[in-house]
Design a protein around this ligand. Sequence first.
Ligand code: NAI
Ligand code: 15L
Length: 264
Amino acid sequence: MNRLLITGAAGTLGSQARERCKAFADIVRLNDIADLGQAGNGEEIAQGDLSNHADVSRMVQGCDGIVHFGGFSHEGPFDPILKGNIIGVYNLYEAARAHNVNRIFFASSNHAVGFHPVSDRLDEDALPFADSLYGASKVYGEQIALLYWKKFGIETARVRIGSSFERPRNRRMLNTWMSFEDMFALVKRIFEVPRLGCPVIYGQSANTATQWNNDPIHWLGWQPKDSSEPFRQEIEAADPHPDPNDSAYVYHGGTFVDLPIEES
Ligand code: NAI
Ligand code: 15L
């Protein structure tokens, strides 16, 4: 891998990617709408707005692969979701097509299927069932990825990330957590495999309690190594009497199902 574009490089996962992807990419090109500071060794800064076609074309040109973390990362008003996640994804795939970039890691979300009840264990065949405008924008992104694979052969890992933070933050995340180590082992693997296609992958660590079945992507050769178990005692002690009827434990998307549709 010569040059890898990382979008959302000022965010939680993108700022991790900034260092970690240097393990397999000679140059990381960093995009965000927010300030990215000075370029370090092996870095190029490409500040810009994903909703601006010219910005996106410039940042994609000359790259060999894309880790797409950029966009609006939670529920909110439609306008930033439209710009970051709808127009932004269209611009990204059009630029990839124009500049012959043939492999993309797309940060989808569990909220693309968040309205399924947790009593149903989900795999790659789960029907889209968004729990929010944000989740619906991720369903759209997954579909654009599939379309550009079928029409143009651009391969994408459509990764429905659970909860990827330094550590799990609550009881729900004991099931949905994905460590940064497991995340970036997956990112690396996506750019190593000779053939990728356009699989749906659930972004989770090897948690004891799991809601998502990754058996269909065993061929990928990625095995998460971390687990939320070491955090269980502390998290359960902080919240000793959870209500089993709380949406947090009833739906895959947790409390996103209860969020209002905000006005733009
Ligand atoms: P984040 O919110 O920390 O980072 C997203 C970055 O995208 C921000 O730095 C923001 O400035 C940038 N951005 C937003 N709109 C933009 C635009 N129009 N043009 C250019 N840049 C723009 O989010 P985080 O946690 O790092 O997540 C990264 C990706 O992974 C997001 O797409 C999110 O939806 C997805 N994801 C993350 C999960 C997690 O647990 N961290 C779970 C599921 C999905
Ligand atoms: C997401 O999609 C969000 O980006 C992240 O901030 C968390 O809310 C995560 O889902 C989750 O479900 O825990």
